[in-house]
Design a protein around this ligand. Structure first.
Ligand code: DX5
Ligand code: ZN
Length: 225
């Protein structure tokens, strides 16, 4: 039985009352995806470390922290210590990825490594046996509500082929950006098993119902495969 995970991003949720926005998705989601942007690695700013700490501390769901920051070597472990279940840093920003990985593991967090659209799969290949999740960005990181880049699908397929050859427990394969009812099946068919969805979920009248519909699409995509 294939396991799929849905991780709503609160980037497009109402900022004024995050706890109530989070409560709208808590029952139906696997993780809360926390997009941390520093206005250096990406041209946008979301949450400071102390704001992140507060969200992580109060979240009823395990937190998948996505660090779009220029200094993961200094900061990634702090997000693990703050209680994130999973911390994903970007390969493009990391000076010493092996050290970040061991630091995160020592804190007991799941370790994710993200790659931007222009970064080829081969750049991250040697890290895969050491990590818990590969994040293939399906938009240019920085903003919610962008269109899914279907030209990233071959990269997802390549990653799936490689991951399937690794011993268990295999790393999860996450996609992030533009995931909706129109795109989730393509990403699943290419081999993704973990899906971040921001605007599709929070722009829906009932976010929890949208997550259920996304799961129906996933179930159908395996039937068709
Ligand atoms: C983009 C972020 C994503 C984004 C997802 O830089 O990493 O998590 O918020 O939002 P949608 O689903 O609207 O593309
Ligand atoms: Zn993200």
């Amino acid at each position: 039985m294939k396991i799929f995970r849905i991780c709503p991003s609160i980037l497009n949720a109402g900022r004024d009352n995050l706890p109530s926005e989070i409560s709208r998705i808590a029952q139906d989601s696997d993780f809360l995806h926390l997009d941390v942007m520093d206005n250096i690695f990406v041209p946008n700013f979301t949450f400071s470390f102390s704001e992140s700490e507060e969200i992580i501390g109060k979240s009823p769901l395990p937190v998948d922290a996505h660090l779009m920051i220029a200094n993961p070597d200094e900061m990634a472990v702090a997000y693990a210590k703050a209680g994130s279940a999973s911390v994903t840093f970007h390969l493009e920003a990391a000076q010493a990825p092996f050290e970040i990985i061991s630091g995160l593991k020592a804190c007991g967090a799941r370790v994710g490594v993200g790659i931007k659209p222009a970064t080829p799969f081969e750049a991250v290949e040697e890290l895969l046996p050491l990590i818990d999740m590969l994040l293939v960005m399906t938009v240019e990181p920085g903003f919610g509500g962008q269109s899914f880049m279907s030209d990233m699908l071959p990269k997802v397929s390549k990653a799936r082929t490689f991951i399937d050859l690794l011993p268990d427990p295999k790393p999860w394969l996450e996609v992030d950006g533009g995931i909706s009812l129109n795109t989730i099946s393509q990403a699943a068919t290419a081999g993704a098993d973990t899906f971040v969805a921001g605007s599709a979920v929070f722009n829906a009248p009932i976010p929890g119902e949208m997550i259920k519909s996304l799961r129906v699409c996933l179930a159908e995509s395996i039937k068709e495969a």
